[in-house]
Write a protein that binds this ligand. Structure first.
Ligand code: ATP
Ligand code: MG
Length: 376
């Protein structure tokens, strides 16, 4: 029998369409170094789940997901790590004009305001929000001048409403809370490669009703949630094909598997049957993805990024990768969801990244010996 993992971590992601629970553990060492492995990931779909407004709904879904995870892994975790990612905003507490020097230097500053009295007032967030991450922007002094000018302090904040709703749901599901982490921070460490992080990369998590954009250059530099997700693509597809929203969602989910000449039936709002060919569906979905990207472009600024990585359930829509590459003018790829031993799907990437990262951090704290995370 395989050696049971020594360290375990449960990651929970409460999205607008599902709850995902993922369990990672520290497995048997390879070449003398510990390995982090994904042991299981379960998604429980729920329609219109909104953190903070329907906690009972989320609590039930967490119970269900953790129970299913226990049946597949034989482990019942008592505590969880929680991802936050649907209400992110970057606040600029300016000392100078933002964006005036794109070649500027960045320095991470503690997200806890009390940690550094010099930054206390500058990293304060509005009353309804909590600072999760903070950094300083400096104008580069250049090779000849060592003088550097601080431009601004920028903070990534999350709404108390999301935080309270998600933390409350986890507690009511009977789990102790290990810690909360920004979903893009967890994704950044597990789905981006070293070169992407070094050169500057945008990470776009396309959820059900929210898209979260993060810019990572070394570490997290910007994160913002936009109320626009896979349901926007569904609505645009419904309009393109003249079918109901429910039928558009069904067609969207099967588009990757259809043949060009394959006839597909769908119902219109008027209750009539409509025949759509596979080719017609893929073309209409491509247009819907273009509309999503052009609408999103009005809200986000990807100037600091040299490439774009897509993740989240909505990112699997046929045609989105091509539409995003054309709209944002960046080399674009779909993220490989983490999990070297056991692959998870795009909807599980946040929970899986969180669980893997949590085990990795716990292992790092526990032992200073060299190790490899098989996931990275
Ligand atoms: N195969 C697929 N093709 C296209 N879209 C898909 C596919 N599978 C799932 N989706 C879409 O993914 C979206 C849900 O993604 P995800 O599970 O990442 O969202 P969420 O985390 O619940 O929501 P949010 O992040 O907005 O809170 C839905 O809009 C769904 O239609
Ligand atoms: Mg999500």
């Amino acid at each position: 029998m395989a050696t049971p993992p020594r360290e375990l971590a449960l990651g929970i992601d409460i999205g607008s369409t599902k709850v995902c629970a993922a369990l990672a553990g520290l497995g048997a060492p390879s070449r003398g170094a510990p390995r982090v492995a994904l042991l299981g990931a379960v998604t429980v779909s729920r329609a219109a789940l909104e953190v903070g407004t329907d906690a009972a709904h989320a609590v039930g879904a967490i119970h269900e997901a953790v129970g299913a995870l226990e049946r597949t892994t034989g482990v019942r975790p008592a505590s969880a790590w929680l991802a936050l990612g649907t209400s992110l905003r970057t606040e600029v507490t300016a000392r100078g004009a933002r964006g005036s020097d794109d070649a500027g230097q960045w320095r991470d500053v503690p997200a806890v305001p009390e940690a550094d009295p010099a930054h206390r007032c500058r990293v304060a967030a509005p009353g309804s929000r909590m600072v999760m991450h903070a950094y300083e922007r400096w104008a580069g002094g250049g090779a000849r001048s060592p003088v550097r000018r601080p431009l601004s302090v920028e903070t990534v904040t999350v709404s108390w409403r999301e935080l309270r709703g998600a933390v409350g749901a986890v507690a009511r599901a009977g789990l102790a809370l290990e810690d909360v982490m920004l979903a893009p921070s967890a994704l950044a460490e597990l789905v981006l490669d070293e070169r992407e992080r070094r050169c500057g990369v945008a990470l776009l998590d396309v959820g059900g009703s929210v898209s979260t954009t993060a810019v990572v250059a070394g570490s997290l530099r910007h994160a913002a949630s936009t109320p626009l997700g896979g349901d926007f693509i569904t609505r645009a597809l419904a309009a393109e094909l003249g079918v109901t929203r429910g039928e558009a969602e069904r067609l969207k989910l099967c588009a990757a598997a259809v043949r060009p000449e394959e006839p597909l039936q769908a119902w219109t709002d008027a209750g009539e049957r409509r025949l759509v060919s596979g080719r017609e569906l893929v073309a209409a979905l491509g247009h819907a993805c273009e509309r999503y990207c052009t609408t999103l472009r009005r809200d986000i600024d990807l100037r600091a990024a040299a490439s774009l990585v897509l993740t989240g359930g909505g990112a699997t829509a046929v045609g989105l990768e091509r539409a995003a590459s054309a709209t944002f003018g960046l080399p674009t790829r779909l993220a490989q969801p983490p999990g070297p031993s056991l692959r998870c799907d795009a909807r599980q990437a946040v929970a899986a990244s969180l669980a893997l990262l949590a085990v990795r951090r716990t292992a790092l704290l526990a032992a200073e010996s060299p190790w490899h995370a098989a996931a990275s």
